[in-house]
Design a protein around this ligand. Sequence first.
Ligand SMILES: Cc1ncc(C[n+]2csc(CCOP(=O)(O)OP(=O)(O)O)c2C)c(N)n1
Ligand SMILES: [Mg+2]
Length: 550
Amino acid sequence: MSTQRKGSDLLVAALENEGVDRIFAVPGEENLDVLESLRESRIELVVTRHEQPAAFMAATYGRLTGKPGVCLTTLGPGATNLTTGAAFARLGAMPMIMITGQKPILSAPQAQFQMVDIIATMRPLTKLSRQVVSVSGIPTLVRNAFRVAQEERPGPVHLELPEDIAAEQTPDVPLVPPHPVEEPVAADGALARAAEMILAAQRPLIMIGAAANRCRWVPDLSAFVRNVRIPFFNTQMGKGAVDGNSDLYLGTAALSERDYIHDAISEADLILSIGHDVVEKPPFLMGPKGPRVIHMGCTPASVEEVYFPQHELIGDIGPSLRRLGELLRGKLHHDLDFFLRLRETILTRVAEGSTDPRFPPTPQRIVRDVRQVMPDDGIVSLDNGMYKIWFARGYRTHLANTILLDNALATMGAGLPAAMMAALFYPDRKVLAVCGDGGFMMNSQELETAARLKLNLVVLILQDDAYGMIRWKQAVDGFADFGMTFGNPDFVAYAEAYGVKGSRVEGPEDLVPTLEAAFAGGGVHLVSVPIDYSENMRVLVEELSRAKGA
Ligand SMILES: Cc1ncc(C[n+]2csc(CCOP(=O)(O)OP(=O)(O)O)c2C)c(N)n1
Ligand SMILES: [Mg+2]
């Protein structure tokens, strides 16, 4: 039996009914009723220092668990600060609920002060954006919000709760109990045709995309790849869904063309594309020639200039893969050796430079050193910058969601909050945020939140005193070096000002022991290392274009 007294009590009871255990928030005046209801609930309130990272944390909760993370802010400026987080969750398919306050709707005692049409602002950034207009509607609105946020394709939902509705006394309104929802499985006819196409192919490949990394599909996906023994590569956000140490792993398509992995892709006659989401930078460019593609996902393929599959398997990926596996069992006679020979070359080329002794270190060396320090279940959370390409190409993952990277909105500033969420959720695992000096400073104030939450978290800052990735693009396009450099604080002193530890890497052999000591010491620890980005041009432009004779 519920004993609600006012709208905000009912809202919080409805959130508890959904299993919510934490809310990330920067509260405002319009949230005070909700705050009071939260104070008396089982839900933990996690206060951040800016609304954007509250949303990044809530979205990452959704990414890690498959259940919506929740964030709460005030109206106007608090709500507009959520927009990048909403876009992050929308493009990244992360389930999230954003609750914002609003002035009363039945009267206007402060005229238009701080009033912005947040419902309209959020509409294009969310799956659903609704104002709560009556207390009695709260249970169904909340249930519907969670359902919409969670169902394929997952994403953010926004609810706006006006102050007077939050404060209104309410009779007992029953909550709506959630129930499990099973997605439909791909149709028999579609599965049979897909099996036919795969059996007719000489050189089939599997591509693992972003959606495949949703935790519930990992066991079926790994079993499928193991059983059919078709070599696979992944997109950036598909990393980890199948063991990267698998003898069938060919690499990660971090660039859209001309990388070593594309030597394999162009030799394939069929690609079974599992869970690819076209929000990612294209892993390869489909053209009139080249491999045919079977798209497999919960939702149909979106037809793009660079992605127009010839066949689709639409349905829950796990059970659909099991059925496809049964249809293929014992019948496959593809040319496995061809790709296994190529695999050696691809993986060797990608690993080149990883033992380079120079200082400042190259990106390849940093990737190698980080991999050496991180255990299999350690989590690396990347912000956005040049190093993301190097990590995507070179960092081998062994478990799902052990590299959190955003190749969808690709926003700077999310790496640290995403890492904080991972550290909060997995207190016993090693979590490392890797940020550029540009991206780190976009949400560095959250070091205070991380320290207050007593997280075990290491933050590695790659210092080039520049917006390195754009500086590189500028050079590749033949522009003058202009407008990309900046100064930095002394990162060790900066860390210490937050009461967290700081270390500087000062020699070529120092990164591994510094990171190890940072993890061993526990707590929040910031490590800064300078980076030599001359390899961007040498490898990603000169070497790759020479390799293709371009
Ligand atoms: C919020 C946001 N603003 C701008 C960009 C465009 N952008 C992409 S990478 C980058 C530079 C990143 O610099 P830094 O974090 O220092 O990483 P670096 O490439 O130097 O290693 C910029 C400005 C972006 N992706 N997100
Ligand atoms: Mg930089």
